[in-house]
Design a protein around this ligand. Structure first.
Ligand SMILES: [Cu+2]
Length: 356
């Protein structure tokens, strides 16, 4: 074929493609960056057609990328920290969810999700961006939790990790020593005492920084002290060993072998988990307005009867264990309680969806 013939063939080909609405252009390229806990795309809108995602894990734990919508559900394999993977798809116009599928969607719930708009083939972003708003309307989710059943106080004591935790511990590097010290004197022990009290709260999941909580717990510990904690604001700052999860998270599968938050407690499924600042009173006297409070309504981890830890993967158990952990605020002295902290469980608790 001569050069002139080649040009002619090319021109006919271009004409044909323009008639069917395609352009002979290179596939679109989108860069995706994964970190804890965000998915960032180099473009929020692209034209329909073939697109190659170049996905970099810039975080510190394994992640992956999934693209879902318009009948498509495709994902990369697990990408190790620092590594890159590619995913090539042919996308029709529409809105796609782009997220990290690791940990039964727990990474997604922690914020690793974004949206990709795909417009008609050949259109520029301006053609279809004007006047287009996201199809996703923000929904406020809420939960009302009431503590019930036997109330126990978890005292400092030994908590032997199961053998299955050993490989996870190896990965922990510098933090390993501190975490291993929990084995001997941890806040998640089998040393349990009966207590009595009530706990009820409502939590609202409104997005990364607007979450809120309203509740009160009152309980008497075995040493006779009467404690009361008022919860009226969530906290969204990082907590050591518990990376930020934006206040209130509903429906999270984490800990243990999920690669989300500390692996040194069992794998659990939670209806709600939150960090809050609490106003803490002991025998009617204010102790602090800045107690760090962690609350979880989670799948049962303890055996009935003696309330020792009964499982390492507890994620399939009934969600009825309500944990209240109270620690001193940053820079504040330890509480006058065994181990300097308070950890109380309501063993048969329940939740409902309140009217918004
Ligand atoms: Cu992830």
């Amino acid at each position: 074929m001569s050069y002139a013939q080649l040009v002619q063939v090319r021109n006919v080909w271009r004409l044909l493609l323009s008639l069917v609405g395609h352009r002979p252009e290179n596939p679109a390229a989108v860069r995706a960056t994964l970190t804890e806990w965000k998915v960032e795309l180099s473009a929020g809108t692209i034209a329909a057609g073939t697109v190659t995602f170049t996905v970099t894990n810039a975080g510190s734990i394994p992640h992956a990328l999934e693209v879902e919508g318009q009948g498509i559900e495709q994902e990369t394999g697990v990408i190790q920290p620092g590594a890159t993977a590619t995913l090539t798809l042919t996308l029709k116009p529409g809105i796609y969810e782009v997220y990290c599928p690791v940990g039964h969607d727990s990474h997604k719930k922690l914020g690793m999700e974004t949206e990709l708009k795909v417009g008609p083939a050949g259109a520029t972003a301006l053609d279809y961006d004007a006047g287009t708003t996201s199809m996703r309307t923000p929904t406020i989710k809420a939960i009302r939790v009431t503590g019930g059943g036997t109330v126990i106080q978890i005292l400092p004591g030994p908590f032997p990790f199961p053998d299955s935790a050993a490989p996870i511990l190896q990965q922990f590097g510098d933090e390993r020593e501190g975490l291993e010290s929990q084995v001997k004197n941890g806040p998640y022990s089998n040393n349990v005492a009966r207590a009595a009290g009530t706990f009820a709260f409502t939590a609202w999941d409104k997005g990364a920084t607007r979450d809120s909580v309203d509740g009160v717990a009152e309980f008497a510990t075995q040493d006779g002290a009467r404690w009361k904690v008022l919860l009226d604001r969530v906290q969204t700052k990082d907590v050591p060993h518990h990376p930020r999860f934006g206040g209130v998270v509903l429906g999270l599968y984490y800990h243990g072998n999920t690669a989300v938050h500390t692996p040194l407690v069992p794998t659990i499924n939670s209806a709600v988990a939150l960090w809050a600042f609490g106003h803490l009173y002991k025998n009617g006297t204010l102790v602090t307005d800045n107690a760090m409070v962690h609350v979880m309504l989670l799948s049962r981890t303890r055996r009935e009867g003696d309330f020792t830890l009964a499982c390492w993967d507890c994620s399939r158990n009934k969600i009825e264990e309500l944990q209240l952990q109270i620690l001193p605020g940053p820079g504040e002295p330890k509480f006058e309680a065994p181990g300097g902290f308070l950890f109380v469980n309501w063993e048969k608790s329940s939740s409902t969806k309140p009217a918004n």
